[in-house]
Design a protein around this ligand. Structure first.
Ligand code: DUC
Ligand code: ZN
Ligand code: ZN
Length: 470
């Protein structure tokens, strides 16, 4: 007897679309076929798409964000919001305090997440510094223990690594199979431009965008890719926003560099003009890299369609707007540098890609699945996730391609107080979400419990069985 049958839907993987029933037992997919027999429970998916649950591999939750600033979402609200957006797994970042042992930082994040998650989760580690002991001992042990991915920054004083440190990190990745994600913006150039803007009295949110121009991202992207080429190792370029940076990725690939590219919804549907906002309301759109112009949107769509991008992530980094701990904190009006950097989007990521991508004919369903789930599982070492096949985790999102309604923050489930995508008309929403065989959302209503989402230990992407179930 099966635990659950999802009956009558149209299934899709990164390679195929087909009509079938799905049989689930003990949290795994055990049968795919026509007219499957009996189960304890059935879900009718007729007229709907049955897809692998989304994996959002770029999410910030409960991350310390500066004096008096509080990230809007913790693991409870963030994963609840992710679930309603059709996701069954998120990969948030663990940011150690300067000098804090990495193990201790991870322990703190596990404590924040334990028992509070609605989706499965695992952690990337941000490296605010590197030294010999870390590279020689700590990081290899962490990789062996299931933490195989690390983010490094080329910007933010106190967080940025210099080229020598990035080379050391990439070399460690080459030797261990770890994955290095790089935030590509040139800190010194940004500092110069911010100082110049402030001296001129240019303090409003829109100057966040003009002090982080395309050249700042292009230069750093070129440098990061060159360092990976020199070391001869794989690299992930996160949150790519514009054509010149895309051209850098294309050129590096042509030289044989193993580069994984990521873009995000803000680069497809927002522009820098949104930061003009209603003056300070532009703070709602302050994120880095900033959204660019409509030509950049076209370039990012082209990168999605042509395979420049393997990953489509939210970069969910939520701060409340009208709140002293958020965008409009007491110092915000002194200038844009005091506006916390990041926007919410974990729940709207996939509806935006589905509606603007699949429903508007820019990408097919298979590519949607690859960009939203499969490639995240492969890149970050989750071999039982990201596809529909016998033996895989029964993590499923059922999508109704006929449901049309605009994004309204009031209908979302995060703990921010706005959505940067307010009013965007969406056709196609996830209606039922199943995590490890448990129906967590049924026809838009929360049915599962907090704590159902579990921590997932990961493998390196280079593990031999990365493509199949374990
Ligand atoms: N980088 C991110 O990845 N997220 C939010 C802010 C930032 O700089
Ligand atoms: Zn970043
Ligand atoms: Zn981010």
């Amino acid at each position: 007897m099966l635990d659950l049958i999802i009956r009558g839907g149209t299934l899709a993987t990164a390679s195929d679309v087909f009509a079938a029933d799905l049989g689930i037992r003990d949290g795994r997919i055990v049968q795919i076929g026509e007219r499957l027999g009996a189960a304890v429970r059935e879900v009718d998916a007729s007229g709907r798409f049955v897809l692998p649950g989304g994996i959002d591999s770029h999410v910030h939750l409960s991350q310390p964000s500066g004096d008096g600033i509080v990230m809007a979402d913790d693991f409870e609200s963030g994963t609840r919001s992710a679930l309603f957006g059709g996701n069954t797994c998120v990969l948030p970042f663990c940011l150690p305090r300067k000098g804090q042992p990495l193990r201790e930082a991870l322990k703190d994040y596990h404590a924040l997440a334990e028992g509070r998650c609605y989706t499965d989760h695992s952690f990337h580690l941000i490296l605010p510094e590197v030294n010999g002991a870390m590279i020689g001992q700590d990081l290899p042990a962490l990789v062996a223990d299931g933490y195989p991915s690390f983010k490094v920054f080329m910007t933010y004083e106190g967080l940025r690594l210099n080229d020598a440190e990035i080379l050391q990190t990439l070399d460690f990745a080459r030797r261990t199979g770890a994955t290095v994600m790089v935030h590509c913006e040139n800190e010194d150039a940004i500092r110069y431009l911010v100082d110049r803007a402030e001296a001129a009295g240019d303090l409003a949110p829109r100057f966040h965008a003009s002090t982080r121009p395309v050249a700042v991202e292009r230069e750093a992207t070129h440098r990061a890719l060159s360092l990976a080429e020199i070391v001869d190792t794989r690299i992930v370029i996160v949150h790519v926003s514009n054509e010149p940076a895309i051209a850098e990725i294309r050129a590096a690939r042509a030289r044989g560099v193993n580069v994984v590219g990521e873009t995000c919804p803000q680069y497809l549907v927002l522009t820098a003009a949104d930061l003009d906002g209603l003056d300070w309301e532009g703070a709602k759109f302050v994120c880095s890299p900033p959204p660019r112009d409509t030509a950049s949107q076209v370039a990012c769509w082209n990168g999605i369609e042509t395979g420049v991008f393997d990953l489509f992530s939210s970069d969910h980094c939520p701060f409340r707007y009208d709140d002293p701990t958020g965008k409009l904190n007491p110092r915000a009006r002194e200038g844009f540098r005091h506006i916390p950097n990041g926007i919410p989007g974990v729940e709207t990521r996939l509806p935006i890609l589905f509606s603007e991508g699949v429903m508007k004919g820019r990408i097919d369903l298979q590519r949607f699945v690859a960009l939203s789930s499969t490639n995240h599982a492969k890149t970050y070492g989750l071999p039982t996730k990201g596809s529909i096949a016998v033996g895989m985790d029964a993590d499923i999102a059922i999508w109704d391609p006929n449901e049309t309604r605009p994004i309204r923050h009031a209908a979302l489930h995060d703990a921010a107080d706005y959505s940067p995508y307010e009013g965007l008309e969406i056709t196609g929403w996830p209606t039922t979400v199943i995590l490890g065989g448990t129906v967590m959302i049924e026809n838009g209503v929360l049915a599962g419990k907090m704590g159902a989402g579990r921590y997932r230990r990961r493998q390196t992407a280079a593990s031999p069985n990365r493509a199949g179930p374990v």
